[in-house]
Every structure is written in structure tokens, then in C-alpha cells.
Design a protein around this ligand. Structure first.
Ligand code: NAI
Ligand code: 15L
Length: 269
């Protein structure tokens, strides 16, 4: 069993969101104190918790949010495709504010919730790895690609280590046939974050956030040093998913490309 406690005080942004709620309990094992942040109120702090509300677009608020933490798990931001302006505020300006605050406060490690939509315009017939160029499938994917590039700059220039976790589809169960390939269980997400926090040398790494699924489009061999070993698999859901979903139309871009329906979203004006 891996020793999961690696840090005194961890910051979890996006704590009110779907994955934030899942990770709140699990991350207690990783630290002495867990600081939780979001833009929206989400209740009161429990034992060994702190709550600091902050809009990522507000540099001063982000600076306060980051002060005094040892490492950051950055989940906050717009999490789906949509109009550019809110994505720009939260995911582009917001991630800049986060890294500036990390630099000023000496935070040395960040786990950044990137997305499979950074590479959503690769075909489902292709297996890609961390060295394939980005092919974002929308403004959302572009904003996550920006976060990946920005974090690389802060590593090269200031030595802040980041794991860019290109999360596939992290839900209780795969919702459709595409998610049989992209599914990441909540427990495996926690295992992956724990690996990113505990590996001795993280550097600047890109790792695909997926469980041990039989069908996959992603090869994590460039991130072996992270030491992530998934324990769950979408395979146990396969028969049920096939039974309740129609045979895919192979002419549909949502079936052809890894990003699924995101590749068809917009335009938004
Ligand atoms: P979510 O939308 O449920 O949670 C995002 C949280 O960020 C929300 O609580 C929201 O209030 C907060 N937020 C949005 N704009 C903000 C701002 N300007 N300032 C401060 N907080 C703000 O998303 P979910 O599913 O929990 O995802 C968490 C992260 O993981 C996101 O960054 C998302 O892009 C990424 N991700 C999630 C995947 C999934 O399958 N759930 C797949 C790929 C990436
Ligand atoms: C994402 O990036 C989204 O945050 C999530 O809601 C899912 O849509 C996921 O990708 C996916 O591709 O299934």
C-alpha cells in the first residue's frame, strides 16, 4: 500500500464541482490540512479543512487562495465547451493567476486537470501519446492546451513541477460507448493524483487520465515515472452500455473523433 500522505497543506480548486466533491473525502489521506476552493459557496469546513472562496479571474483572490499551501490540485474552471469569454476568464486568465500565485508563494508542485479535449480531433482509430501535438476540439480544449503550455513555461523558468492530467471521462460509470475507452473511475482518479503528488521527480508531465480499459486511444508510456497504476476498468460495464445504446453511425464525427460530441459543438454566435 502506497504511503499517500505527502503534503502538509493541499489546495483543491473546483471543490464544489462533480470531481471536487468526489475528491474531498479521498484527499484527506494525502495531507494534514485540505484547503478547498471554488467560486460558489458549498457549505462549511470540516475537521482539518479550510474553505477559501475565490473566482479564478480575480488575481488578488487567487493569490490569497494559494498563500500557505504546499501543493495544488487544480480542478476549477469551465469544464465543457461553450462561448469563449467565460472559458477565457476561468481557464486562461485563471490558470495564469494560479501559476503567478504559485510562483510568488513558492508552491513547487501542481496537478492540473487538463482534458482529453486537448487532443479531441485525433481519430478514435489512432493511439496517441504525450508527445503527439495538441489537436484541440474547441475553445475549451484550446484553453486546456494553454494551461499545459503555461505550466511547461513555469517549469522551465521557475522549476514548478506540474502533472497535466488529460482526464478522459470521470463519472460513476461510462455513459456511452465512447466512454468505455475514456472512462476514469473516481478511485483511479485519486490514485493518479496521489501518484502525481508522491512521485519523487515529476518534472513537467502529461498523462492521460484513464482506467485500465480494454479499448483505449491513449498510451501513457511517456509518463511511467509518475507510477500511476489503474485498478478499475470500464470492461465490467461493456455489455450494459452496448445494450442501452444504438449501433454507432460511423459517418458521425462524434463517433470518428476522440473528443466525441465536443467536436460538433458551436459556433456560439
Ligand atoms: P465541474 O464543472 O463539475 O466543476 C468545476 C468547478 O469549477 C465548479 O464547481 C465551478 O463552480 C468551478 N469554477 C468554474 N469557473 C470558475 C471560476 N471562474 N473561478 C472559480 N471556480 C470556478 O467539472 P468537473 O467534472 O468536476 O471537472 C473538474 C475539472 O476536471 C475541470 O477542470 C474539468 O475541465 C476537468 N475535466 C473533467 C472531466 C470529467 O470527466 N469530469 C474530463 C476532463 C477534464
Ligand atoms: C471533459 O473535459 C468534461 O469536463 C467532462 O464533462 C466530459 O465531457 C469529458 O471531458 C468527456 O470527454 O467525456
Amino acid at each position: 500500500m502506497m504511503n499517500t500522505k505527502s503534503h502538509s497543506k493541499l489546495l483543491l480548486t473546483g471543490a464544489a464541482g462533480g470531481l471536487g466533491q468526489q475528491l474531498r473525502e479521498r484527499l484527506r489521506a494525502n495531507c494534514d490540512v485540505l484547503r478547498l476552493s471554488d467560486r460558489v459557496a458549498f457549505g462549511t469546513a470540516g475537521q482539518n479543512e479550510e474553505i477559501v472562496l475565490a473566482d479564478l479571474a480575480d488575481a488578488d483572490a487567487v493569490n490569497t487562495m494559494v498563500a500557505g499551501v504546499d501543493a495544488i490540485i487544480h480542478l476549477g474552471g469551465v469544464s465543457v465547451e461553450g462561448p469563449f469569454e467565460p472559458i477565457m476568464q476561468a481557464n486562461i486568465l485563471g490558470v495564469y493567476h494560479l501559476y503567478e500565485a504559485a510562483r510568488k508563494h513558492g508552491v513547487k508542485r501542481v496537478v492540473f486537470a487538463s482534458s482529453n479535449h486537448v487532443t479531441g480531433f485525433y481519430r478514435q482509430s489512432k493511439t496517441i501519446n504525450a508527445e503527439n501535438p495538441a489537436r484541440p476540439d474547441g475553445f475549451y480544449g484550446v484553453s486546456k492546451a494553454f494551461g499545459e503550455d503555461l505550466s511547461r513555461f513555469y517549469f522551465d523558468r521557475y522549476g514548478i513541477e506540474t502533472a497535466c492530467v488529460r482526464i478522459g471521462s470521470s463519472f460513476a460509470e461510462p455513459r456511452d460507448r465512447r466512454m468505455l475507452a475514456s472512462w476514469l473511475s473516481f478511485d483511479d482518479l485519486h490514485r493518479l493524483i496521489t501518484a502525481c503528488l508522491t512521485t519523487p521527480v515529476l518534472g513537467h508531465s502529461i498523462i492521460f487520465g484513464m482506467s485500465n480499459n480494454a479499448v483505449t486511444w491513449w498510451d501513457n508510456s511517456k509518463a511511467r515515472h509518475v507510477g500511476y497504476v489503474p485498478k478499475d476498468s470500464s470492461d465490467v460495464f461493456k455489455d450494459a452500455v452496448y445494450a442501452r445504446t444504438p449501433t454507432p453511425d460511423l459517418n458521425d464525427p462524434a463517433v470518428q473523433f476522440q473528443g466525441g460530441s465536443f467536436v460538433k459543438a458551436g459556433p456560439f454566435q
